[in-house]
Design a protein around this ligand. Sequence first.
Ligand SMILES: Cc1cc2nc3c(=O)[nH]c(=O)nc-3n(C[C@H](O)[C@H](O)[C@H](O)COP(=O)(O)OP(=O)(O)OC[C@H]3O[C@@H](n4cnc5c(N)ncnc54)[C@H](O)[C@@H]3O)c2cc1C
Length: 328
Amino acid sequence: MTITIIGSGISGLYTAYSLVENNVDAKSITIIGEYLPGDQSTFYTSPWAGGNFSCISPDDDLTMKLDKLTYQNLSRIQKSLGGPTCGLEQRYSVEYWDEEPSQKKLDSLKTYILELEVLKDLPKGAAYGIRYLSWNFNCPLFLENMGKYLKNKGVTIARGKLKHIAEAPGDVVFNCTGLGARFLGGVEDSKVYPTRGQVVVVKAPQIKENRMRWGPDYATYILPRPYSHDHVVLGGFLQVDNWTGDTFGYETEDILKRTIELYPEIGEPEVVRVAAGLRPSRKGGVRIEKERIGKKVVIHNYGASGYGYQAGYGMASEAVKLYLGSKL
Ligand SMILES: Cc1cc2nc3c(=O)[nH]c(=O)nc-3n(C[C@H](O)[C@H](O)[C@H](O)COP(=O)(O)OP(=O)(O)OC[C@H]3O[C@@H](n4cnc5c(N)ncnc54)[C@H](O)[C@@H]3O)c2cc1C
């Protein structure tokens, strides 16, 4: 049995990780991606993520389950990749909402989040706030280390662009193409769309914790990036169906204004870079589904939107369960 994973973003890499930990022979697994860890492109979302575990994800039962599964496994993943220097570290997070989040979201968080406390002191206009122990990724570094870990186990990672899913070699194909699922022949999922975000990366060694504020029409966040020479990611935007990877000066100014207001200790930071990325969103949420295309078993695993790092291990586990089930 040979397995191809199309996509070398966090979804494809977590999928390979999950296959290997389920004792699937690593040498039978090939990851094919147009873009690979270390690359930068508008059509490769994973390097652009902030990225941390936060309450940005929706409160449907599946997403809450995927978040929880991922949070509960990040410590193990960090250890297997050699500890915090892999680009994954625990950090405290403060999150404020302008409107109280749903009770079911809060009830779910209570079942697994470490050191969760409800805050009494809230900034003006905020209705609810929490502080807890979160996880922060240095996304480009984590992708590279996850890639190295998988290669050491025997997984092949190769560059290639497929026009049609039927071109993928192997008996089993995992489709982890993110936004690419909209264009890949045999898939062409019109429910897939981008949610654009711009971020400003600054140098601010004094900022050690995450701080986020969710409003009805804005998302403001400050995320220190582990092992990055004191870089802090400031954001952001959630622009539905905006396909541009360009960055804009007026958005940078808006991000700096909002983040400094929320976390005045940022001061007047040195701006390291400005970047934009397209979250691979999907109407109806993630697609984790098995189908047969010709003789191949295809397992779709895409649509991670703004939570590929924080829910992606859970997505991969569910996708791999579909594969292991299909062998029975
Ligand atoms: C500004 C910003 C901030 C974010 N912050 C966070 C955060 O804090 N926490 C979090 O969890 N998430 C965050 N995200 C979301 C996260 O980045 C995405 O959910 C995640 O990167 C999606 O990964 P993916 O592997 O599904 O897609 P991608 O990373 O886009 O990977 C897709 C892969 O498929 C390949 N591919 C596509 N089509 C083909 C084809 N036809 N042939 C061959 N290869 C193909 C690509 O080359 C690539 O390798 C953020 C995103 C942005 C933009």
